[in-house]
Design a protein around this ligand. Structure first.
Ligand SMILES: [Zn+2]
Length: 448
């Protein structure tokens, strides 16, 4: 899964005299190393430069003074928006909703969305992210782009695309980015519908959310039932596809874990039963469940002045209800050896596509991670959580060449991740990765 289909041959290359920031939990750096990347985009050899044998025809890149690290993995993105404030939290008339839905799913709307997500995916890639999982799309635009990238028509990250998430009628994500269901049978059918459209990830809404709640208290209140989510997991797991659950309260997290979901998105404070289920979850596909705290989506909503954020009172109040729980969950996850990954919820209010490094920064500042542990989460842990440990997440021979070249050791300065000097996605180099920043948003995010 996730290998490039065509594997077009291109010039093999070697990065010489590099320091490798390995992404292990201790923050190990290996100095003066050579990394050979074969014509089909895989890492061929990793060894001390003095021992490297470079066959002729390899383009040699001097990486003296640079740090080569595994590409970042962002386990929770939305590609339909760019991270400027989403209005949300109000009552929109059914007629307006209908109109918007029609426009979005018209041929012109699809073309527009294809162009927009291509731009957003470039921002992710150019900021060093070589694997993403979309968790809530308008339709199957993420699937379409994934296929173009896999066929090497477009340069981009490896994509796991969920398509529309599954929710109760009027629930989180409904109607714009979800398919609704009212029974386990329907939940199963909807899962099948997404799988038939080619998704390679599934998402359910176990509870209400912050962005689109219409009343205070909706975020975190249980929505899909355990039985409905269990039906989704059964169906998805049969096809080897992992299930992510949006869950923002202990009740919601517990129901989703018992149903067998493979990752919890956002999360909440944990009791012993929840901790036990994360570590040993018999109904999940691999026997454990991971956690993506998505602090990037929560902290700005409670830390920044509301007038600067441009969100409604309902969004603000709901954030106050759930964000502390998300932070506490991240902390407890770390303390209890839960597989805590990195997902930022890009596209949500104040979560630009290019800001993955900030999640690592928040994990350190708010949840007690060391910088090495946070970087480990964004690479090796995420690869494990998403089922990609055999192909990405570390700089090892045999894996895909998903690499970033940095000015500094990320473990010493996480912010260096914001400006990779070179990004390599499955062997394809992006020589001068450039990202358009929203200065006003960056400035506000830098204040806490
Ligand atoms: Zn999300």
């Amino acid at each position: 899964m996730g290998r490039l289909q065509g594997r077009k041959e291109r010039e093999p290359f070697v990065l010489e005299h590099a320091s490798i920031a390995t992404g292990d939990e201790a923050g190990t750096v290996e100095t003066d190393m050579s990394i050979l990347v074969s014509a089909d985009g895989r890492i061929e050899q990793v060894c001390p430069t003095e021992l490297a044998y470079i066959p002729s025809g390899y383009h040699r890149i001097d990486a003296t003074g640079k740090f080569v690290a595994p590409g970042l993995i962002n386990a929770h993105v939305h590609l339909f928006a760019d991270g400027k404030p989403l209005s949300g939290g109000g009552n929109t008339s059914p007629r307006v909703i209908n109109g918007v839905m029609k426009a979005l799913h018209s041929p012109a709307g699809r073309l527009l969305m294809d162009a927009r997500i291509k731009k957003n995916v470039s921002a992710l890639l150019n900021s060093g992210v070589t694997t993403i999982r979309t968790l809530g799309d308008i339709g199957y635009e993420g699937v379409r782009l994934r296929d173009k990238i896999d066929a090497e028509e477009v340069t981009g990250p490896r994509i796991l695309a969920a398509g529309p998430l599954l929710a109760i009628p009027g629930g989180h994500g409904d109607p714009f980015i979800s398919l609704s269901c009212t029974s386990p049978e329907e939940a199963r059918r909807r899962t099948r519908e997404n799988l038939d459209h080619g998704v390679n990830a599934i998402k359910v809404a176990a509870t209400g959310g912050v962005t689109d709640a219409t009343k205070v208290g909706e975020a975190g209140s249980p929505q899909m039932t355990q039985d409905e989510m269990a039906a989704v997991c059964d169906e998805a797991h049969e096809f080897g596809v992992l299930v992510a659950a949006h869950a923002q309260s202990p009740e919601g997290v517990k129901a989703a874990l018992k149903a067998g979901v493979d990752t919890i998105e956002h999360g909440s404070a944990m009791d012993d039963e929840i901790i036990g289920l994360f570590l040993d979850n018999p109904r999940s596909l691999r026997g454990f469940s991971g956690l993506d705290p998505t602090l990037c989506a929560g902290l700005p909503l409670i830390k920044l002045p509301q007038d600067q954020l441009g969100v409604s009172d309902i969004v603000r109040s709901n954030s106050e209800l759930v964000v502390d729980g998300m932070v506490q969950g991240a902390r407890q996850g770390r303390e209890n050896g839960i597989s805590v990954g990195v997902g930022t919820d890009t596209g949500m209010t104040f979560v630009p596509q290019y800001g993955t490094w900030r999640e690592l920064d928040y994990m350190v500042k708010y949840a007690g991670f060391t910088p090495a542990q946070a970087f480990h989460s964004a690479t090796q842990v995420n690869a494990r959580n998403l089922g990609f440990s055999d192909v990405t997440g570390s700089v090892e021979a045999g894996k895909d060449a998903d690499l970033i070249v940095l000015a500094e050791d990320p473990v010493k300065n996480l912010r260096t991740l914001a400006n990779p000097q070179l990004v390599i996605a499955r062997g394809k180099p992006v020589w001068h990765p450039e990202v358009k920043h929203f200065e006003d948003i960056d400035h506000l995010l830098d204040t806490f």
